[in-house]
Design a protein. Structure first.
Length: 196
């Protein structure tokens, strides 16, 4: 009986030691507590802290670095309950000097099936209505294209499937792209990974 009691006490002590060891290896990290849109400046109210057992392979912003991410912009859309990763924030504006942000509403057949992500390079293609050239060129001329960069893409609207894509273009190209959007003659294609 005595031996059994001593064994149970030892086992209980070992269990407590393991538990304390696990608690000792917990890490305080920064979490997201409310929705943050792409490009939005992060505030203290957007962020929280949590103590977790963090796998070394998981990259997370440590709670001690909270002040360093406040004031930066969200590089991706952030959802409540998620752990904030360093790659999800940026100090740069998503629209650079000399650029304009053009919102483009596109029907499903006007965009690639591939999910568009911030920073992705795209080509904005002008496809005139059949029989119209608008520039005096022959109708079989190659379509006019302009470069752009995705800043944000919405989800498909219920019923219509329309996706609104915010695209950064040069200030010179912005009005042209807006005119193509208004005329319904714009198509969006993905640029090659190297941007060419």
């Amino acid at each position: 009986m005595i031996a059994l009691s001593l064994g149970l006490i030892a086992a209980g002590g070992a269990g407590v030691a393991v538990l304390l060891l696990q608690v000792g290896h917990r890490t305080e990290v920064v979490t997201v507590v409310r929705d943050v849109q792409v490009g939005q400046v992060l505030t203290e109210q957007d962020l929280g802290k949590a103590s977790i057992a963090l796998d070394p392979a998981v990259k997370a912003v440590h709670a001690s670095d909270l002040d360093q991410v406040v004031g930066k912009r969200a590089a991706v859309e952030l959802r409540p309950g998620s752990i904030l990763a360093p790659s999800q924030v940026t100090k740069d504006s998503l629209v650079k000097a000399g650029e304009q942000l053009v919102p483009i509403g596109l029907k499903p057949e006007q965009i690639p099936a591939t999910v568009l992500v911030p920073g992705q390079k795209v080509q904005l293609v002008h496809v005139p209505v059949q029989g119209e050239t608008g520039t005096g060129k022959a109708s079989d001329s190659p379509p006019q294209t302009l470069p752009g960069r995705v800043v944000k893409a919405s989800g498909a609207a219920p019923g219509t499937g329309v996706v609104v894509v915010d695209v950064a273009t040069s200030a010179d190209d912005g009005p042209t792209v807006a005119a193509w959007v208004s005329a319904g003659t714009l198509r969006l294609v993905l640029a090659a990974p190297d941007g060419r």
